[in-house]
Design a protein around this ligand. Structure first.
Ligand code: NI
Length: 224
């Protein structure tokens, strides 16, 4: 399941993030790529040693992890600190699946859900779509600044070539409490039905029943 949540970061936060990134040192993205991804990865990433990272993470991650739709769709158990990536003209990231296990020794986690946070306006670059290859065809995503796209890390995906301008994103990964993407999707659909019932018919018996089924399915499937 690919979900796109618009407006996770507001305009003021985005402005601060872009100001921090404007004069930050970027390095070749291949330095952080696994062996097979190195062959197809062509972008730049903020130098992981740069002092701005801490402030950037506060701005981007604090908002992301608290967002109710992100929580409901991803069911995060562990979330990685993000990479800040830049694609200028001619840059792309060819078809790949993300590394299965990430993080330093002792702090490793399994990547279940990949997340892209779009940091600038889609009008500022041409191309640069995030393309998820699904059994039902390609899904191409190029949402507004502040939007978030989350999809299973196991899915084949790419970033199309940027042919003009500059694409700025933050990317991160989560280990989910629910490992199976099909189960996560079912839980997310049930969550949405529950939210709608709780709003429209808070006192109805079926609302209570759906609520209990959601809660107990989570208990049944959650692994910590
Ligand atoms: Ni990827």
């Amino acid at each position: 399941m690919l979900i796109v949540i618009p407006g996770v970061l507001d305009a003021a936060t985005l402005e601060q993030v872009r100001a921090l990134l404007a004069d930050a040192p970027f390095v070749d993205g291949r330095l952080s790529a696994g062996k097979s991804a190195q062959r197809v990865k062509h972008n730049q990433e903020l130098d992981a040693r740069d002092a701005r990272i801490e402030r950037l993470n506060e701005l981007v991650m604090a908002t992301l992890v608290q967002h109710p739709l992100y929580q409901a769709a991803v069911l995060p158990h562990r979330i990685a600190t993000p990479f800040y990536a830049r694609y200028t003209r001619g840059m792309r990231y060819g078809d790949h699946v993300d590394d299965p296990v990430m993080g330093p020794p002792g702090g490793q986690y399994r990547s279940d859900v990949s997340t892209t946070v779009f940091l600038n306006d889609p009008g500022e670059y041409e191309g640069g779509e995030l393309v998820i290859r699904t059994a039902f065809g390609d899904q191409r995503v190029k949402p507004g600044a502040g939007a978030v796209a989350a999809y299973p890390s196991s899915s084949l995906h790419q970033v199309a070539e940027v042919t003009a301008g500059e694409r700025l994103v933050a990317v991160t990964w989560a280990q989910s409490m629910v490992r199976d993407p099909q189960r996560r999707e079912l839980l997310y659909q049930l969550y949405q039905a529950r939210e709608s019932l709780l709003e429209r018919q808070p006192d109805a018996e079926e609302t209570t029943r759906v609520d209990h089924v959601y809660v107990n399915l989570m208990r049944l499937w959650a692994e910590l």
